[in-house]
Write a protein that binds this ligand. Structure first.
Ligand SMILES: Cc1cc2nc3c(=O)[nH]c(=O)nc-3n(C[C@H](O)[C@H](O)[C@H](O)COP(=O)(O)OP(=O)(O)OC[C@H]3O[C@@H](n4cnc5c(N)ncnc54)[C@H](O)[C@@H]3O)c2cc1C
Length: 290
């Protein structure tokens, strides 16, 4: 199969996740255009293999055996950005921090608080990522998706059953989105972004490989991080995986972690919080592979 982008084989997925963990992908496609995404899906179908769409791998724990199928990595070439009035038209491959910065600099408010979410816009919409009281669902007005057969359709906001950290879009690839923004003074937005970044640097292990929050907040008065801290688990370590001493809902790779270490740590933390505090924690990170 000929791609305008690249097709790699046995590509270590640890290179493509912020955890720096994950075995190889049998095939790894870097599409240069939408047509390549269609080809990748057809290629997977012809080979009888499963496919997986990847953004910046910042919410993924890929198992040590890797992914025995076709990974489609959304990035350059699929990262269009255009403002039409106060509507941003954004390709799935655009990094969310760049979107946050560019729109703020142009004087638009709505995604400025997503500056510290180190994924793509496609991954952000798929996960309904958010922070500091905002989430993608609030700004999305339209999403263009591709189904597993390669057919493209556009969904309106109302057709997408967004929930906390979930779009429930199912088995589709997000290609592009329209985001409805408002107008705001760029200097004010810059100041806010500076504050938020300082907050992140002080309160999260931003310079260590991780996937952000491991568990979803359970919805009560306490966040998952508070509960894990209360259960006495800050700093708890299994192999190369550690509950960050800085933020208990971030589990970091101290350098040599395998996916199996992180999975054991997840299991231990979940059971301990359940036993000591009676709260069931649900996973935010997506665990994928074999
Ligand atoms: C240091 C750090 C801080 C973080 N802070 C936050 C935070 O404040 N708030 C927050 O919500 N998250 C946070 N995260 C988690 C993560 O950045 C977000 O979930 C992000 O939106 C994931 O985007 P991604 O491109 O990396 O997706 P990936 O991790 O590559 O994929 C995540 C999921 O989305 C799917 N997916 C990716 N792209 C597409 C696409 N184009 N179409 C369809 N499905 C797709 C994948 O198949 C997978 O199921 C943080 C992570 C890190 C490492």
């Amino acid at each position: 199969m000929k791609f305008r982008g690249r097709l790699l084989e046995h590509e270590p997925l640890a290179r493509s996740t912020t955890y720096r963990i994950g075995g190889p992908a049998r095939y790894f496609v870097l599409p240069a255009e939408v047509e390549d995404v269609v080809k990748a899906l057809h290629f997977a179908e012809d080979q009888g293999l499963p496919w997986l769409v990847l953004g910046l791998g910042s919410n993924l724990l890929i198992k040590d055996g890797g992914f025995p199928g076709v990974v489609i990595r959304m990035g350059k070439g699929l990262d269009r950005f255009e403002m039409k009035g106060a509507t941003a038209i954004v390709g799935a491959g655009m990094p969310t921090p760049i979107l946050a910065r560019r729109t703020a600099e142009a004087g638009f408010v709505g995604v400025e608080r997503f500056l510290g979410i180190p994924g793509t816009v496609g991954g952000g919409i798929y996960m309904n990522a958010g922070c500091h009281g905002a989430e993608f669902a609030e700004v999305v007005t339209e999403v263009t998706v591709m189904d597993p057969k390669g057919k493209v359709k556009t969904l309106t906001r109302k057709q997408i059953p967004f929930k906390y950290r979930a779009s429930n879009l199912g088995s589709v690839i997000v290609l592009e989105a329209k985001l409805g923004l408002g107008e705001e003074n760029p200097a004010k937005l810059k100041e806010l972004q500076g504050k938020l970044l300082r907050w992140r640097k002080a309160g999260t292990p931003f310079d260590q490989p991780c996937c952000g929050s491991v568990f979803k907040n359970p919805g009560g008065p306490k966040t998952a991080g508070m509960l894990i801290d209360e259960a006495g688990l800050k700093g708890f370590t299994i192999g190369g995986a550690q509950v960050s001493p800085l933020h208990a809902n971030y589990f970091v790779n101290t350098g040599t972690a395998k996916a199996s270490d992180v999975l054991k740590l997840i299991d231990h933390v979940r059971k301990t919080v359940q036993k000591r505090l009676g709260v069931e924690l649900g996973l935010e990170v997506k665990v994928i592979g074999v």
